[in-house]
Design a binder for this molecule. Sequence first.
Ligand SMILES: [Ca+2]
Ligand SMILES: [Ca+2]
Ligand SMILES: [Ca+2]
Length: 344
Amino acid sequence: MKRSRRIERRYRIVKAALAGALLALVLAGCSVSAQEPVYLPLVAQNQAPTDTPIPPTNTPLPPTDTPVPPTDTPLPPTHTPTATRAPGSGSSVRFFGNGRDAIDRIVIPIDAPERPADVGATDFTIEFWIKAEPGANRGGVSCNANDGWITGNIVFDRDIYNEGDYGDFGIALNNGAIAFGLSVGFEGTTLCGSRNVADNQWHHVAVTRRTNGDMAIFVDGQPDGATRSAAGDASYRNGRATMWPWDPYIVLGAEKHDAGAEYPSFNGWLDELRISNIVRYTAAFTPPTAPFAPDANTMALYHFDEGTGVNVSDSSGAPGGPSHGQLRVGGNPSGPAWSEDSPF
Ligand SMILES: [Ca+2]
Ligand SMILES: [Ca+2]
Ligand SMILES: [Ca+2]
């Protein structure tokens, strides 16, 4: 009995001690609980570190050497034909080779709607009179190369940007001689003549092309080179979609896309441009001695005798026409300028 009381007393002591310990734990818990607000900043530290890299807000720009299409979408000429050419009152157009900002050139729309000046589905001839001062056109072309003509001083530009699709072509000065290039799809070449036309005299130039691929150049009625290259339709495909606003145009006197200094424009005079849907010359001939008169194969004819204003009239009378054009004037000296220096 005495022993069991002693045990009971010890049990009470232990019990009391346990109770005390439990109380202490509870108090300690209350203490931690009461201090929780103190640790709120620690919660804030769990937010994203402020030194996390922030994505750059300046979206990368495309390389600056990527050709950007001009934003001034050209409008087709709206004027009515004048066709009031007085004999002996001829003029020409004088380009200065400014070659930028779509200035110093003549533009002729050929699509939407399709115009007769859009030759190439059949055989064709392009001919004109040209005059240039020695040394004023220093561009050179890559002869016998596809698209080689585009680095010459461009006189007649029926290029489309990049590959030729149905086809594209152009005529340029190659160190004073004529170069005629044409492509169909990925195939094509540049035919180089050797006769100098940059001697400050007027010269008659004709280029011919057959759909079998035959190409030829004539200067002052003399053969100046011939070759056979890509066959097929070299016209501008009707309704062709493009992001390059000058694709569906013939451009005279400049590289139509203003792609850079390596594609120079023409510095000199141009007159009496005729575009035909047949090959008119197959051997030496006497150059014309008077302005052309339209016939059934004349698809476009420009006398450039307006002498003022920005409109150039197509006098061909071709069905589906006319294929009028416009001067886009600018630069220093300001071109194109009307000139009384002309063969007709
Ligand atoms: Ca004229
Ligand atoms: Ca092209
Ligand atoms: Ca067409």
